[in-house]
Design a protein around this ligand. Sequence first.
Ligand SMILES: Cc1ncc(COP(=O)(O)O)c(C=O)c1O
Length: 398
Amino acid sequence: MTVLADRTKLIKPSVTLAIAAKAGKLRAEGVDVVNFSAGEPDFDTPEHIKAAAHDALRKGQTKYTDVKGIEPLRAAIAQKYLAEYGLSYRKEDVLVSCGAKHSLYNLLQAVVNPGDEVLIPAPYWVSYADMALLAGGVPKLILTDESTGFRIKPEQLQAGLTAKTKVFFLNSPCNPTGATYSKDELLAIGQVLEKHQCLIFADDIYEKIIYDGFEVHNLIALCPNLRERTIIINGVSKTYAMTGWRIGYCLGASDIIAAAGKIQSQSTSNPTSIAQWAALEAVRGPQDAVAMMVSEFQKRRNVIVERLNTIPGISCLKPEGAFYVFPNISGLIGKSTNGKQLSSPCDVADFLLEEAKVAGVPGEDFGSQQHIRFSYATSLEDIEKGCGRIREAVAKLT
Ligand SMILES: Cc1ncc(COP(=O)(O)O)c(C=O)c1O
């Protein structure tokens, strides 16, 4: 008997987890590892949000909720999009899930048929391609590099869209590159999409983590014709330092949201009730903590980019958003350490962990053979220490 279903073989184990496990083991042995691999803010969840969770507990809001999420939260999410982008959604067309990852999973399960193409600009967030595969889809990549600031060009999008394209992913600001589309760039992308009949999944999860006053725009607000085909995905994890609470959401066309909700109803049911009440406070309450975190991230981004660019063999763009840098380490590939040649980002990440005691995530997980992702959701002190150690380790390569 074959025990495991074929679908388990479709997806690969994450390189990220292997590095994280190795870093964890070193730390357990008492080694001082600088962690540049985290995909989450290092700040604590703001107090007023925690207080809302305490309140929910005290009031006994501990039962099943509506599968789609509590009504005030869905209403607050709809209100946020109205206030910020002038987009009007009914609360019925909002689905709250166990993290934006869960929203994306439900959505792909809801719309992808076997053989459908899922078009993904690369470098891309690790889970897009594997989730598409699990839904029976065929991930197709649009490759980008530093020459366009890791943004796709309209002609690349045009060339990538086929009659089989079911979903196009847009993630701005992007994990892992931090690349963010300007109004004109988004408009140009939208004009290409208007000529094709695919769905658009706009992953807005880093929408608020933006630097130097860069203005974030919404594709639907710019191209209203795309509204019925665009699903917005967002959540509270990154903006409010709430990764562990597991609250994400999506909003868009009623039939798609209803289908995603049906899938949720037969898997997790509602996300945790208490976390939903906390998320309501996050979305509706004061936003000063967000501004404080973003201002800290900006200082850290400036330092990490500046330090990395002084290291021979490494070059790093300054991203507009998110809390990652995606330095090009191709100058290190081909170099040797103790007679062993570094032949991939994975080798480089391994080397940096062993030699510099710095954990980063190799580019392979994001569809790149030339980069490594460093998260600067860590202290300035660690950023200085980590970059110093990388510099020393790299100097030893031959
Ligand atoms: C681009 C992107 N989308 C979605 C998610 C999922 O976020 P969560 O499930 O924590 O809400 C992440 C998390 O790393 C991400 O980087």
